[in-house]
Design a protein around this ligand. Structure first.
Ligand code: FAD
Length: 225
């Protein structure tokens, strides 16, 4: 099970921050908290996307697969900064953690095949280690399902955009779960984040009003031209 930790460096009052920054350019009184919040809301409702880049998010994502992080890395909007746990310094005595997809975990037979394959990989790695092979080369055997950890710095705009893609029913199930874990963690971080998550973090079909995917899940009608 993956875990999301919102770090303290994350903007606590994203809507008010947007209002303060926009207010500077509009020559407004930015000492009034109520007006700042209202101005921030105006920027959101009007779709002034650049202002959504002021709220920063620093987040640790731990225990998700290297596969889902490979997908996370495709989201480059806003120039995110990311570091990922090294695959060079794994202690092979303890082995590595990995994600078991729920479908495979359902029956003993499929689970045993899956966990057996992971055991085989670990056993090969230990043999190579014993033969003096360098760890960075042995690490080539690590599977995409292995658990990893990422620390990400991004912004509100990028996360809203990410939610449109990753809340799509047809997106990879683990990313959908990660997205929902992130939304829950942000909602708990502050009331302003809860408002944003509740109102702006939606699947792309909810933005368009119809399904844009070639193969639709049927949640919304498909756009036909
Ligand atoms: C059902 C489904 C299946 C998918 N399958 C695959 C798959 O098989 N393989 C795969 O690799 N990915 C897949 N994806 C992921 C998806 O195609 C994107 O790679 C991913 O969502 C990140 O790219 P992005 O443009 O959405 O976000 P970002 O890169 O974060 O971009 C966000 C927004 O910023 C703007 N932007 C970003 N870069 C530029 C730029 N250079 N110039 C101008 N504007 C820019 C655009 O408006 C963009 O919408 C899938 C997604 C879904 C929902």
């Amino acid at each position: 099970m993956g875990k999301i930790i919102i770090q303290n460096e994350t903007t606590k009052d994203p809507i008010s921050l947007i209002g303060r920054e926009a207010g500077v350019c509009w020559g407004a009184d930015i000492s009034n908290a109520e007006k700042n919040y209202k101005r921030g809301m105006d920027c959101l409702v009007s779709g002034h996307g650049r202002t959504w880049e002021y709220p920063q998010v620093y987040v640790v994502m731990d225990g998700y697969s290297a596969r889902v992080f490979r997908e996370l890395y495709t989201h480059i909007g806003g120039g995110p900064t990311r570091l990922q746990a090294s695959t060079r310094y794994i202690n092979y005595e303890k082995g590595f953690d990995y994600v078991i997809p729920p479908t495979i975990d359902e029956s003993e037979e499929t689970r045993n095949i899956y966990t057996g394959a992971m055991d085989d990989i670990l056993s090969a790695m230990k043999k190579l280690e014993a033969l003096g092979m360098p760890r960075e080369d042995i690490g080539m055997l690590l599977p995409l399902g292995m658990c990893s950890k990422v620390v990400l710095r991004t912004n509100l705009r990028n996360l809203i955009d990410m939610s449109h893609q990753r809340l799509c029913t047809r997106a990879y199930w683990e990313y959908r779960n990660l997205m929902k874990d992130l939304m829950n963690a942000l909602s708990e971080y502050s009331e302003e984040w809860k408002y944003l998550v509740d109102n702006y973090f939606v699947a792309k079909c909810d933005v368009a009003g119809f399904c844009t995917e070639k193969n639709s899940c049927g949640r919304r009608v498909k756009y036909e031209n």
